[in-house]
Design a protein around this ligand. Structure first.
Ligand code: CUA
Length: 334
């Protein structure tokens, strides 16, 4: 007999299942109670003579209060419980292994910070918090790994973060759970959860092109971004060193946090949010850079966050991260 429920391979799986089983048990309890009472009352109050008439009833306050208050308490309990699980799922912890995910008709593309790329297969180490920063380059997809009880829409033009903490090594199925065209049902893959040592071996096997940030740096030079965004504050564009995660004041006095979405928008459509004190002279890169190139540029800007404000951008991309065998750290953390 096939198992009724997928296996539990993340820290969230047990919490989701507990809530789900509670809802199932509660529904079963009330379904049986109501069905049982219908039968019982139908027998007990059946018409015994052809001309018998029922008594008139004028309400029962105690009964009405009971059937209002008890369900209210139960449903509020479900609300609080459900919300606590939801917030735990929606809030990634501080220390995460970040991996970019791009959905596309019809495949899943994964980009590791060390430079490895994968399609329809994602390797992660067991026992770490993994954060997936997802986007789509065409239509809405949905990233669904039943064993992790993890599911979220992957949207074009936005970065949606989801996280999980795998608890056991193994291979777990990945689905697209949003109809996205003819090959939707084939937009599947596997998440491979590995022992940390195996994962290190796997990591060191790939990445011939260096880290994601270093390819972003190269792109930054190839696209001539560096002529205006200089590290010494003498350029015509804002200094990007130490920018990521900061609050930026715009020309109209509003403020915005420099997150992935802001950097993406500022590359594709620079006129949308002009930093105070600068001219809207940057050309739009809409249609000129791919989603993957955007991720590389964003990761490069993130990597500048750890450098002191005054230090100019390094001229060569000879990446120190290229041969690094240490676990990937989120360099965006302040
Ligand atoms: Cu992608 Cu369905």
């Amino acid at each position: 007999m096939p198992p009724l429920f997928p296996e539990r391979a993340s820290t969230m799986a047990g919490r989701v299942d507990a809530l789900y089983f509670f809802l199932l048990a509660l529904s079963a309890f009330f379904a049986l109670l109501i069905a049982g009472l219908i039968v019982y009352f139908a027998v007990k109050y059946r018409r015994r003579a052809p001309d018998s008439v029922g008594d008139r009833i004028h309400g029962g306050t105690a009964l009405e209060v009971t059937w209002t208050v008890v369900p209210f308490i139960i449903t509020m309990g479900i609300f609080v419980w459900g919300a606590s699980v939801y917030f735990a799922m929606a809030t990634p912890p501080e220390d995460t292994l970040n991996i970019y995910v791009v959905g596309k008709q019809w495949m899943w593309k994964f980009q590791h910070l060390d430079g490895q790329r994968e399609i329809n297969e994602l390797h992660v180490p067991v026992g770490r918090n993994v954060k997936l920063i997802t986007t789509s380059e065409d239509v809405i997809h949905d990233f669904f790994v039943p064993a992790f009880r993890m599911k979220a829409d992957v949207l074009p033009g936005r970065y949606v973060s989801l996280w999980f903490h795998p608890t056991r090594p193994g291979r777990y199925q990945l689905f697209c759970a949003e109809y996205c065209g003819t090959q939707h049902s084939k937009m599947i893959g596997e998440v491979v959860v590995m022992d940390p040592t195996e994962y290190q071996t796997w990591l060191s096997g790939g990445a011939p092109e260096g880290s994601l940030a270093s390819s972003g740096e190269k792109l930054f030079q190839d696209l001539a971004c560096i002529t205006c965004h200089r590290g010494d504050a003498q350029g015509r564009g804002p200094v990007l060193q130490g920018l990521f995660g900061k609050t930026v004041t715009l020309q109209n006095g509003e403020t915005v946090v420099a997150d992935e979405a802001y950097i993406r928008e500022s590359i594709l459509n620079p006129g949308a949010k002009i930093t105070a004190g600068f001219q809207p002279i940057m050309p739009a890169f809409q249609g000129l850079v791919s989603e993957e190139q955007l991720l590389a540029l964003i990761e490069y800007v993130k990597s500048l966050g750890t450098q002191p404000q005054v230090e100019p951008a390094r001229p060569t991309p000879s990446g120190p991260a290229a041969g690094e065998a240490t676990p990937v750290k989120d360099k965006s953390k302040k």
